[in-house]
Write a protein that binds this ligand. Structure first.
Ligand code: GRG
Length: 324
C-alpha cells in the first residue's frame, strides 16, 4: 500500500473516532454544539491524530495496547479539537479574516463571528473533557487502569503546554504582533517552532508517553516532531505562494498580502525547498537514531512498532512534497 493510500485509510479511521466524540447537538445551546462539530469535522488531513496513534504504536508494549486503546482515541480526538480551535480562531476577522477553510466556509463565516469565537473556546476545553471523561469512564469499567494515571496526566500536561502560551498560542501572539514588520531569522523560527511545530511535537510526545516510552525515546521522538514541524511549516509557506485556493481549500498568497515574513520571503523558493529537505532529513535521522539506540524498548511494541517506524519515515518524506 502506498503512503497516500495508508494516509487515506488512517484519516477515515480518525474521522470515525472523531464522530464518537462529537458534542450532542441538542438543547438551547445547540448552535454552539453545531459550530464545534462543523469546525471539527471540516475535511482536514488529520495529521496530528495520526501522529499520536503512530507514536503510541511505536512505543507501547503488546500486552498494554488493548486496555489503553479508548484513552488513545480520546487523545487523538483531543489534539484535533485543539487544532480545530486554532483554525477556527485564526480565521476570525480579528486575526486572518478568512472566509474559507478546508474548502468550505470558515466556522465564523458559516455561523457568526461570536459563534466562531465560542466554538473555538469550547473546542479547546472539550479536548481536556474528552480525555478526562474517557479515562474516568474506563476506570470505572476496569479499576486496574488507575496505574496509567501518571501517563495520562503527563500527556495532558504536554497538550496544555504546547497548545497554550508556551506553545501554539505564544507563536500566534508574536505572529500577529509582528505583522507587516520584517522578521529576523530567529524571530521567524520562534514563530514556526511555536505556532506549528508545537502541536506536531505534542502529538508524537503524547502518543509516546501514553505508550509508556522512557525519557530517551521521548527525547528522540520530540526531535523528530520538531524537525517535521519546521519542514511542514516551510512547505506550507511555499504552498501559499505556488498553489491555488482550489487545491489548498484556503486563500493563497495571504502571507504576502498581510506583509508576513515567511521562510519563502526570507530565503526564496530554492533555499526554502532546501530547508524543507534539511529538516526532513533531520527528522528521519532522529527516528533512525531512536530505532537504533532504543531498539530493545521499541521492539516490545512488536510488528505494530515496526509498521509505525516505517510509516513515520515515509510520512516525513511525503509531507515534504505535499501539495495541500
Ligand atoms: C488562533 C491560537 C491560535 C493559533 C493559530 C494554527 C494556527 C495558529 C494558524 C493557522 C494558520 C497556519 C498556517 C498555521 C500553521 C500551522 C498549519 C500549517 C496549520 C494547518 O495545518 P494542516 O495543514 O491543516 O494540518 P488541516 O486543515 O489539513 O488540518
Amino acid at each position: 500500500m502506498s503512503i497516500k493510500e495508508a494516509l487515506g485509510k488512517k484519516k477515515e479511521a480518525v474521522e470515525a473516532i472523531l464522530r464518537s466524540f462529537l458534542a450532542e447537538e441538542k438543547g438551547f445551546d445547540r448552535t454552539g454544539r453545531e459550530a464545534m462539530n462543523y469546525s471539527l469535522m471540516a475535511p482536514g488531513k488529520r495529521i496530528r491524530p495520526i501522529l499520536v496513534e503512530e507514536a503510541f504504536f511505536l512505543c507501547c508494549k503488546e500486552e498494554e495496547k488493548e486496555v489503553l486503546l479508548p484513552i488513545l482515541h480520546s487523545f487523538m480526538a483531543a489534539i484535533e479539537m485543539i487544532h480545530s480551535f486554532s483554525l477556527c480562531h485564526d480565521d476570525l476577522p480579528a486575526m486572518d479574516n478568512d472566509r474559507v477553510r478546508r474548502g468550505q466556509d470558515s466556522t465564523w463565516a458559516h455561523f457568526s463571528e461570536a459563534q466562531g469565537i465560542l466554538a473555538g473556546d469550547a473546542l479547546s476545553l472539550y479536548a481536556f473533557q474528552a480525555v478526562l471523561e474517557t479515562f474516568q469512564k474506563e476506570k470505572r469499567k476496569n479499576p486496574a487502569l488507575s496505574r496509567y494515571e501518571g501517563r495520562v496526566l503527563s500527556a495532558l500536561l504536554v497538550l496544555s503546554r504546547e497548545a497554550g502560551i508556551d506553545g501554539m498560542v505564544g507563536g500566534q501572539v508574536v505572529d500577529l504582533e509582528k505583522e507587516g514588520q520584517p522578521l529576523s531569522e530567529e524571530e521567524l523560527f520562534f514563530i514556526m517552532e511555536k505556532k506549528t511545530a508545537a502541536l506536531l511535537r505534542a502529538s508524537l510526545l503524547m502518543g509516546a508517553i501514553l505508550g509508556g516510552a522512557g525519557e530517551k525515546v521521548q527525547d528522540e521522538i520530540t526531535l523528530y516532531g520538531e524537525n517535521l514541524g519546521l519542514a511542514f511549516q516551510i512547505r506550507d509557506d511555499i504552498l501559499d505562494e505556488i498553489s491555488t485556493t482550489e487545491e489548498l481549500g484556503k486563500p493563497v498568497h495571504s502571507d504576502k498580502e498581510e506583509g508576513k515574513t515567511t521562510a519563502y520571503s526570507l530565503y526564496g523558493r530554492e533555499r526554502a525547498e532546501e530547508k524543507v529537505e534539511e529538516y526532513t532529513e533531520k527528522a528521519i535521522s532522529a527516528l533512525e537514531n531512536l530505532h537504533r539506540e532504543h531498539l530493545a524498548e521499541v521492539c516490545q511494541a512488536g510488528a505494530d512498532g515496526d509498521n509505525a517506524y516505517i510509516f513515520l519515515k515515509e510520512l516525513a518524506l511525503y509531507l515534504a512534497s505535499r501539495k495541500k
